[in-house]
Design a protein around this ligand. Structure first.
Ligand code: MF3
Ligand code: CO
Length: 256
């Protein structure tokens, strides 16, 4: 069941995502060699409560192993769902920072991949391409389009650069739950799946790999890494379909 949101619901989700984006930008400033992923998680949680929000990921169920932190911190070959801990970041790493909050019962969910110190040009190209693919996906959030137009835009762009997309995880509808229908795969033929209608909110989250896209899950049952150890990057925004075009929640509404 896909739930369309009213303007007042979109406003609440905009506030939730403003908090997430603000915290992600502040975390980005803290990402320097030597800091641990647990340090970043501690700040993320403190700032979430300070903003009057609740962490969305902490305690999120998957079987008997609820997610234990506020932040997902995924380093280098880790794709998503890296659990923060004592690992110290080092110069040349890339780190995916993924966060969700709840405000007045509504979820915000966004992510970015940032450099630690000076990174290789290969890593830079992968991160930039993943961010660009998110942007191309966002541009497809147009009333009347189909959900698969998003994944098609993401995949055709990164494939052209020699990269692969992860198929095991997808973007998703978002609202009163972190994960609502529909799923939003990062690949596919255009013109398939549900039609995008006014008030739909989709979390679009390309996960792009420099090598093969096969995934392995760590013993912690969460951390997802590339099986071949190749670098991976992840960006995410929650995007509303409006009559004026895509609204990246947490940023200003479209003016057109
Ligand atoms: N942005 C991710 C997602 O939408 C983060 C989920 S972490 C979890 O799936 F712990 F909440 F599952
Ligand atoms: Co998400």
């Amino acid at each position: 069941m896909i739930y369309s949101k009213s303007w007042s619901e979109l406003d609440t989700m905009h506030r939730a995502n403003s908090i997430v984006l603000d915290i992600l930008r502040r975390l980005k400033e803290m990402v320097v060699p030597g800091i641990t992923t647990a340090d970043l998680d501690r700040m993320a949680e403190e700032w979430t409560f300070e903003a009057g929000a609740l962490p969305a990921f902490k305690g999120y169920g998957r079987g008997n192993r609820p997610y234990p932190a506020t932040l997902c911190a995924s380093v280098n070959e880790e794709i998503v769902h890296g659990i923060p801990g004592p690992r110290q970041l080092k110069d040349g790493d890339i780190i995916g920072l993924d966060m969700g909050v709840i405000v007045d019962g509504y979820y915000g969910d966004s992510a970015m991949t940032v450099p630690v110190g000076t990174i290789s040009s290969d890593a830079r190209r992968l991160v930039d391409a993943t961010e660009k693919s998110l942007d191309l996906g966002v541009q497809q959030v147009v009333v009347g389009n189909r959900v698969s137009d998003i994944g098609h835009a993401v995949h055709s762009y990164v494939k052209g650069l020699g990269y692969t997309v992860v198929k095991e995880f997808t973007g998703h509808g978002i609202g009163r739950a972190l994960h609502e229908d529909p799923q939003v795969p990062n690949y596919g033929e255009p013109g398939h799946g549900p039609r995008i209608s006014e008030g739909m909110v989709l979390a679009i989250e390309p996960m792009v790999c420099a090598g093969r896209s096969d995934v392995v899950i760590a013993d912690d049952q969460w951390t997802a890494s590339t099986a071949d150890g190749s670098l991976s990057a992840h960006f995410e925004r929650s995007v509303a379909a409006t009559p004026k075009g895509p609204w990246i929640l947490g940023e200003s509404a479209p003016a057109r």
